[in-house]
Design a protein around this ligand. Structure first.
Ligand code: ADP
Ligand code: ADP
Length: 228
């Protein structure tokens, strides 16, 4: 579903963020990218939806070389969830969630119905939370809206950058559980960045353990735990 072939990313200042990286993510697989800050996880992720282009190497999504795929078409196939959810502050939660279906051409009423359905899926009450503005939500609730919005176009691929990083441990635990339940029904192909090895192990079907610009280990949670 996602394939990296010898991908290197060097930033203009000479920093090699990703160094000759090759790996594959199967359809419906949840892969966690874990490692200390600055080892290239976010750079890896941003190359998948072409927020950043590699210096060399090739990346395939759904069998297509993304260098020759229309970025707009590509991004419709990929939902993106970030820690600072990027919600529009002056739009209600429902409108934030309905924007994508509407942009994709659904009529307003249908987009709003779809948004309400998505909010329910992530554990929010559309009647209660839908009319609120993002600042009127707790951190955990905002993250849920971020997930709902990323699911709005029903993309087969989800990129999640520290999606549960900004909330306290109790909320994080609940969001992780809910996300696992959701993923069990959605079967998205997921790349999830975290610096928390426990989160990586808990959520990942496979774990990519990063060192500087490289994946040092790519394996199941059991093998990563069992490693010396
Ligand atoms: P991580 O997500 O693991 O924290 P990043 O992918 O954000 O790591 O960064 C990897 C390396 O690339 C770091 O050394 C970082 O400082 C550098 N880097 C990231 N973005 C840029 C940029 N726009 N210009 C120059 N260097 C960058
Ligand atoms: P948390 O403990 O997760 O940080 P908060 O204390 O921020 O949660 O919020 C607790 C509850 O109050 C949440 O359900 C949130 O939606 C609601 N809430 C927070 N701020 C506002 C607000 N300005 N208006 C209405 N409801 C709010």
């Amino acid at each position: 579903m996602i394939r990296f072939e010898s991908v290197t990313k060097r930033y203009p200042d000479g920093t090699t963020a990703v160094d000759d990286l090759s790996f594959e993510v199967a359809e419906g697989e949840l892969v966690t990218l874990v490692g200390p800050s600055g080892c290239g996880k976010t750079t890896t992720m941003k190359m998948v939806n072409r927020l950043i282009d590699p210096t060399s190497g090739r990346i395939f999504v759904e069998g297509r070389d993304i260098a020759t795929t229309d970025p707009v078409r590509l991004r419709r196939r990929i939902g993106y969830v970030i820690q600072q959810t990027g919600l529009f502050p002056h739009r209600t939660v429902l409108d934030n969630t309905a924007t994508v279906p509407h942009l994709l051409g659904r009529p307003r009423k249908q987009s709003r119905d779809r948004a309400a359905e998505l909010l329910e899926r992530v554990g929010l009450d559309p009647a209660v939370h839908g009319p609120r503005y993002p600042e009127q939500l707790s951190g955990g609730e905002r993250q849920r809206v971020g997930v709902a919005r990323a699911l709005a176009a029903d993309p087969p691929v989800l990129l999640m950058d520290e999606p549960f990083g900004a909330v306290d441990p109790v909320v994080r635990d609940r969001l992780q559980k809910e996300f696992l339940r959701l993923q069990a029904t959605l079967h998205k192909t997921v790349l999830l960045v975290t610096h928390d090895i426990e989160e990586a192990i808990r959520l990942g079907d496979r774990i990519a353990v990063y060192g500087q610009g490289r994946i040092e280990q790519y394996d199941t949670p059991a093998s990563v735990l069992g490693a010396p």
